[in-house]
Design a binder for this molecule. Structure first.
Ligand code: UDP
Ligand code: MN
Length: 281
């Protein structure tokens, strides 16, 4: 069994990212998807995606600590929720392979055949990482002897979260992930007590990219001026329902007070007119 751990957080791109990841995992046998929400409560629309996937899943929530005074680039991403997933695995799982797959990465189906045989710690290249365009172990005579990675500073294991897998049996009972940008993977692997000599190189001795660090353009949640309740009771009920759905998914927000003056273009026989959302009562 592969335990595919996906940290995720509310934002406009969340639903499309998770749908895409679900559709990849639906091709994979013996996979258990652990989706860890960066929230106080598991979100309903995420749960909906999990249910419809038909995959065996665990849905847990664990929000990041309050770091409002810290600049955004210093807030580590997906730590609290990955930690919660590790706790869950420690409590309920005795065998299998753990892989950390972010919601926005692109995974080749071949990756799963590769990582499934991981005995301790395996590693492999990740495409689209920083300045070099790839991050990969360097292999000599079948052994990992170094790393090709543009940012190695003070890191024994200069690897991306998507570039390794480990066997549940090698999961150290106390190893955790730190709230420290850039050092999450390194500290976790160090605390786990892994050695460079024992890393199992995969993807044909690290000659193939089977996972990509794709990034999706960030959208700011749109604020539209209007009243959802009034829209639900108006003649244009579908629009009320549609926007309510998208509001639940954190794509947009409809409020009576401020926001974009959004309008509907209406046709009545040969006459065209515009109706503002805010005027739908
Ligand atoms: N993530 C999270 N909470 C956050 C930011 C990110 O749970 O506040 C998750 C995100 O959904 C993704 C992973 O952590 O699965 C890595 O985040 P992101 O893709 O934004 O980071 P990057 O790829 O740019 O390093
Ligand atoms: Mn990412």
């Amino acid at each position: 069994m592969i335990y595919f751990v996906t940290p995720t957080y509310p934002r406009p791109e969340q639903t499309p990212e998770l749908i895409r990841q679900a559709h990849t995992l639906m091709h994979v046998p013996r996979i258990h998807w652990i989706v860890a929400d960066d929230k106080y409560k598991c979100s309903r629309h995420v749960l909906g995606i999990l249910r419809r996937s038909g995959l065996p899943y665990t849905h847990i929530a664990s929000p990041k600590p309050n770091m409002k005074k810290v600049p955004e680039w210093l807030v580590p991403r997906g730590v609290s929720n990955r930690r919660a997933a590790l706790d869950w695995i420690r409590q309920f799982v005795t065998e299998g392979v753990i892989y950390f797959g972010d919601d926005d990465n692109t995974v080749d189906l071949e990756l799963f055949d590769e990582i499934r045989t991981t005995k301790g710690l395996s590693m492999f290249p990740v495409g689209l990482i920083k300045e070099y365009g790839v991050s990969s172990p360097v292999v000599r005579d079948g052994k990992v002897v170094g790393f090709f990675e543009s940012w190695t500073y003070n890191r024994k294991f200069p690897v991306d979260m998507a570039g390794f897998a480990l066997n549940v049996k090698s999961l150290n009972p106390t190893a955790t992930m730190p709230y420290k940008v850039g050092f999450i993977e390194n500290e976790f692997l160090k605390e786990s007590g892994f050695d460079i000599e024992n890393i199992e190189p995969l993807a044909n001795n690290c000659t193939k990219v089977l996972v990509w660090h794709t990034k999706t353009e960030k959208n700011t949640p749109r604020i539209l001026k209007g009243n959802l309740k009034a829209m639900a009771n108006s003649r244009y009920q579908n629009l009320g329902k549609l926007l309510q759905e998208l509001q639940k998914m954190d794509v947009l927000k409809v409020t009576p007070r401020n926001g974009t003056e959004a309008a509907v273009k209406l046709y009545h026989r040969d006459r065209k007119s515009f109706l503002f959302l805010a005027d739908m009562v």
